[in-house]
Design a protein around this ligand. Structure first.
Ligand SMILES: Cc1cc2nc3c(=O)[nH]c(=O)nc-3n(C[C@H](O)[C@H](O)[C@H](O)COP(=O)(O)O)c2cc1C
Length: 316
């Protein structure tokens, strides 16, 4: 059965430059989700969000913007904005686990309020033509939160729902709950996309075998750690291309150049690249060593030297 690979968003990492470059250098991703837009009290789209979604800045085939809100009016404002840019789908973030968000009844903190979600979906679908898709967790505190929500969602037109089968309170740690994920599939007629911990072709195959009805698979951290992963899954190849350091080097250099041009000062540039290496280092034979040398870099020159040494280590 054919399937789609989707790129799950990571705020702070998967901006337009990252998405365009992954698409150009590695391929394999059918649809990219953009990190969420959040309005903070004002009906105004921040420039950083505008830049990220501007069609002229985006060269991927399919991009789906995302909103995080618990208010129909905000939802409609963002829907109208992204519609004006030519997008026809808006993904609703009901998954973010961070306490700053969930304590305010946003992200996974909203999951237990099935009535409110119902109300917002009703108003939004009455007043906007945008297709709505959802990003869900199992709940914030308890997995019955999603089981209570699913019957409510049956009343609505929902294009698809990405389910990351963890609780908000787990953040990104602990096990995914695959029994509960199975129950979700059995209790909805909407299209379900699986998301969580797919970091290798082997893991993908195992999950695909376990959930044969799933035709959409979203990769988050796994795609940053191994940007070849989507294409490797598509071609069912379990090893990196022989000359992987060349494509990875070109990907890395494009990102570096972009951040060097847009961030102010070497400190910010190094910090940004170091945060990527938390993931990138996993591609290297000795991830700990690769990460440590990058973390030690205090200047741009030292950073470049650490990258050079890491890459050279993989070639010899
Ligand atoms: C730093 C960070 C930022 C994230 N930002 C978003 C976001 O903006 N929107 C969203 O839907 N999910 C966000 N996520 C969740 C990921 O998209 C994904 O659902 C999660 O990491 C589980 O999938 P994975 O194991 O494949 O990474 C974020 C995760 C992390 C670690």
């Amino acid at each position: 059965m054919s399937f789609n690979i989707l790129a799950s968003p990571l705020q702070g990492f998967t901006d337009f430059k990252f998405r365009n470059t992954v698409d150009k250098v590695f391929g394999g991703v059918d649809t990219y989700y953009a990190p969420y837009i959040r309005l903070q009290g004002q009906y105004e789209i921040k420039n950083a969000y505008k830049r990220d979604l501007l069609p002229a800045n985006n060269s991927v085939k399919q991009l789906v913007p995302q909103v995080m809100t618990n208010c129909a009016k905000e939802f409609l404002f963002v829907a109208a904005y992204v519609q004006s840019l030519g997008y026809n789908e808006l993904n609703w973030n009901l998954g973010c686990p961070y306490p700053m968000v969930s304590k305010r009844g946003l992200g996974s903190g909203l999951l237990k309020q099935a009535g409110k979600i119902d109300e917002i979906l009703k108003k939004v679908s009455n007043e906007s033509e945008m297709d709505i898709s959802l990003k869900l967790r199992l709940g914030y505190e308890h997995s019955h939160e999603i089981l209570d929500l699913l019957p409510v969602l049956e009343k609505h037109k929902i294009k698809s729902m990405v389910i990351h089968p963890r609780l908000g309170k787990q953040l990104y740690k602990g096990e995914v709950n695959l029994e509960l994920f199975q129950q979700c599939i059995e209790n909805t007629s909407h299209r379900v996309i699986y998301n969580g911990d797919i970091n290798s072709v082997e893991k993908f195959s195992e999950m695909k075998q376990r959930f044969p009805s799933i035709t959409g698979w979203a990769l988050g951290r796994g795609l940053i750690a191994n940007p070849f992963l989507a294409e490797m899954i598509k071609t069912n190849s379990t090893s990196l291309p022989e000359n992987w350091t060349e494509s990875f080097g070109s990907f890395h250099d494009t990102l570096f150049q972009y951040y060097a041009e847009t961030l102010s000062g070497p400190g910010h540039i190094i910090m940004k690249m170091q945060s990527f290496w938390e993931y990138f280092s996993q591609l290297f034979s000795n991830p700990h060593k690769a990460h440590k040398s990058i973390k030690k870099a205090k200047s741009i020159a030292a950073y470049h030297e650490a990258v050079r040494v890491n890459m050279k280590g993989e070639r010899s």
